[in-house]
Design a protein around this ligand. Sequence first.
Ligand SMILES: [Zn+2]
Length: 266
Amino acid sequence: MPELPDVEVFRRYFDSTALHQEITAVEVRETRLLDGIDTRQLNHLLRDKEFTGTERHGKYLFAQVASHGWLVLHFGMTGFLKYYKQSEEEPPYPRLLFEFSNGYRLAYDNMRMLGKVAYIDTIDDYVAKQDLGPDALKLSEEDFIALIPEKRGMIKSALMDQSFIAGLGNIYVDEILFHTGIHPRRQVSDLSDIELQTMYDTMHEVLGTAIELEIVISEFPGDYLIHYRDEDAECPKCGSPIRKIKVASRSTYFCERCQPIKESGE
Ligand SMILES: [Zn+2]
C-alpha cells in the first residue's frame, strides 16, 4: 500500500514528467474514484490548462492546475502513476488518464480502486477537512515529543493514526519500531523521552532511505525488516525468529528479542 515514501516518489515522478504541458483531454474510466466532482467538471477544470507544481501531505498528492486549484490524488492500496507515449501500451488498470499536447499520457492506475480523485481550492482547508495531522517528515522533533503523549493505547496504533501523524502505514511503522527496538504493543504512556527521540530520528532515517532508494525494496539495507516479513524468517539483527501478531487489526512483524514488550528499565 502506498505510504509516505511511495507518494513522495510519485510526486517526484509527476514533477519530472507531467508539469508544464497542455492538457488536451481527461478521460475518466472509473467514476467511482471521483470524490465530489464529475467527469464533465473535471474536464472543464483541466482542459487546455497545465499542471504547474506539486505538493504532498501524508499519503496525498496534490497537483496544482495553472494557479487555479489543485487536483488531489490518493492511491489507496494499489495506486501508482505511469507516464507514457500515447502510442505505447497503457498500464493494466488506468482509471484516469490525462492526455497532453506533446503526445504523452499520464495514467492514474489503481487496480483495487480504494483511492480517490478530487479537485480543491486550497490544500490547508482540505487537510483540515480530512482531519489529517502534520506530515511525518515536516513535523519537528519538539512537536513529535510534545504531541505523542496525548495519544493513548499502543504505539503502533498511534503512529498509524493519520489524524495524529499523516503518512505512515503498516509497513513503515513496523520498520520504524524494529529499528527503534520498541515492541508494537508498548503503551505510548510508557515511552521515555529518549525512546521518543530515537523513534523520531529513526522515522526520518527510514523514510529518507526509502525515498532515496525510490522504494526499490530489493535495494533497501540488508538489516531492514521489510525483507523478513515472514514468520519463518530470522531477525537480521539477532537471528531470533520474527514474530507475527495483530496490532490495530493489521499484520505486524517484529523481533521479540530486539523489541521486548517490557519497559526499558528506567
Ligand atoms: Zn532481533
